[in-house]
Design a protein around this ligand. Structure first.
Ligand code: DX5
Ligand code: ZN
Length: 221
């Protein structure tokens, strides 16, 4: 496996200076920007909507915006995020009425699509859609808050999804999200993840360049 992506989550960034923060992590070597969207309904926390995504584009952010929707319903806001400049949109299957329809809605707009799986959910929930999606987002914490502890039991599911992806000849990213830091990233990589979301482990440090390099070194990438 050669591709490794580091995707800082804006959840732990300084929202009063979000444009600068996002450009700073991109300059420091981040591959994607992970944009967490919470609605205080599907998850018990509230973050930001498509206007903020659009503002980042207007500010001059050109990097890959990996939008993680933790909201219900999905379709209308997914469309707004597409208009706002998202490159990839992930959603949780239980948050939408018709998973295939939501996948097609996103794909038909030329934006990549991902499905998210919670730590207590079975891989069979996403398996039927592997032929249609670009990314699987494995949650290694329960969605809602940054800075939570990595749940090691999800590594088993990561390995399962890795074998499913390898068995079909499609380019599907396997992203892991929650509690990723210098200690946990190696385990997630060994289990088969290739894209690593890290919020607090990056934004709570002062030298983003050094932190991102260290994360890469932890997996020898
Ligand atoms: C949790 C979010 C994560 C979170 C990651 O609901 O989906 O993206 O912000 O934050 P850390 O890396 O601090 O666990
Ligand atoms: Zn996320």
């Amino acid at each position: 496996m050669s591709i490794v992506r580091i995707a800082p989550s804006i959840l732990s960034a300084n929202f009063a200076a979000l444009g600068q923060e996002v450009n700073a992590v991109l300059d420091a070597g981040a591959d994607w920007i992970h944009f967490d969207v919470m609605d205080n309904h599907y998850v018990p926390n509230l973050t930001v909507g498509p206007m903020v995504c659009k503002s980042l584009r207007e500010f001059g952010v050109t990097g890959f915006l990996d939008v993680h929707l933790m909201i219900t319903p999905v379709n209308k806001l997914a469309s707004s995020f597409i208009e706002a400049g998202a490159n990839l949109i992930s959603f949780h299957p239980s948050a939408t009425e018709n998973v295939s329809e939501t996948i097609q809605l996103i794909k038909n707009s030329g934006v990549k699509v991902g499905l998210a799986l919670n730590p207590d959910e079975h891989v069979s929930l996403i398996e039927p859609y592997l032929e249609d999606i670009d990314l699987v987002l494995m949650m290694s914490v329960f969605p809602g808050f940054g800075g939570q502890k990595f749940i090691p039991e999800v590594l088993e599911n990561v390995a399962k999804v890795r074998s499913l992806i390898d068995a079909i000849d499609r380019d599907i990213a396997l992203e892991i999200d929650g509690g990723i830091n210098q200690e946990t990233i190696g385990k997630a990589y060994a289990a088969g993840a290739d894209t690593f979301v890290a919020g607090s482990a990056i934004f709570n440090t002062s030298d983003y360049n050094e932190t991102i390099s260290k994360l890469r070194k932890s997996i020898n990438a």
